[in-house]
Design a protein around this ligand. Structure first.
Ligand code: PEP
Length: 253
């Protein structure tokens, strides 16, 4: 059975002090939720505070991005090896990185390789924009992101890959995808992964839904056996994240 995941992408929110306060406020309740992997992704500057606040708990800390470079004259960058000194997960290819920082699938691909090499597990984000959905192009767009972004990964590292299907039009808009749409995209993602890495790896692959996920709508997504949890933005900044984690865990009991 695939252990589900509740992941919180904090984006550009909560500096070190707010990180410590927020995590101290949810830590004990979140730790009690069994049968789910809880992940939080604070901004880089707040990662040490998160690690400290969660020390001894079963809640994992990750970063929101890693550099495609390993070292050198790349001002403002942080390498996967550096991130791995503090934490064990990273998000890669979030649509906000693709949109505002012009990340291509090729960059996503090299970041994934760097992260896996450094021992980080990756939540790789894929998803179509509204115009692409309206043009009936969602499947081709997302399949291409997977084929290019996840090409030629070492077989022994596939277990460290999680895919988050995040339709761009659903992120931060309050307009979540329907369960059926998310489910059929997850099925498609699994079949593309199966073509690349075989049926058994695809069966083990965890696929998350992301895009305006809340405590009010997450149960519906979890009714789908294809969806293994959520990547949550806005609602992960509130105690609501604990409820989301609980609902995800209960859905698989
Ligand atoms: C995200 O940032 O990955 C996300 C899904 O955001 P939100 O839940 O706020 O739509």
């Amino acid at each position: 059975m695939r252990i589900p995941i509740a992941a919180g992408n904090w984006k550009l929110n909560y500096g070190p002090q707010q990180t410590a306060e927020f995590l101290q406020s949810i830590r004990s309740e979140l730790t009690e939720v069994q049968g789910v992997v809880n992940l939080v992704f604070p901004p880089y500057i707040s990662v040490p505070a998160a690690v400290q606040a969660l020390n001894g708990s079963n809640i994992y800390v990750g970063v929101q991005n890693v550099s495609e470079h390993t070292q050198g004259a790349f001002t403002g960058e942080v390498s996967a090896v550096m991130a791995a000194e503090l934490c064990s997960w990273t998000i890669i290819g979030h649509s906000e990185r693709r949109m505002y920082h012009h990340e291509t699938d090729e960059m996503t691909h090299s970041k994934i390789l760097r992260a896996l090499d450094a021992g980080l597990s990756c939540v790789v984000c894929v998803g179509e924009q509204l115009a692409q959905r309206e043009a009936d192009n969602s499947e081709a767009v997302v399949a291409g992101q997977i084929q290019r972004g996840l090409a030629s990964l070492p077989a022994e590292k596939l277990k460290d890959i999680v895919i988050a299907y995040e339709p761009v039009w659903a992120i931060g808009t309050g307009r979540a995808a329907s369960r059926d749409d998310a489910e059929s995209m997850a099925q498609m993602i699994r079949s593309v992964f199966a073509e690349m890495y075989g049926a058994s790896s695809a069966q083990d692959l965890r696929i998350l839904y992301g895009g305006s996920a809340t405590a009010a709508n997450i149960a519906a997504f979890m009714e789908s056996p294809e969806i293994d949890g959520a990547l949550v933005g806005g609602a992960s900044l509130k105690p609501e994240f604990v409820q989301i984690s609980r609902i995800i865990a209960e859905s698989r009991r």
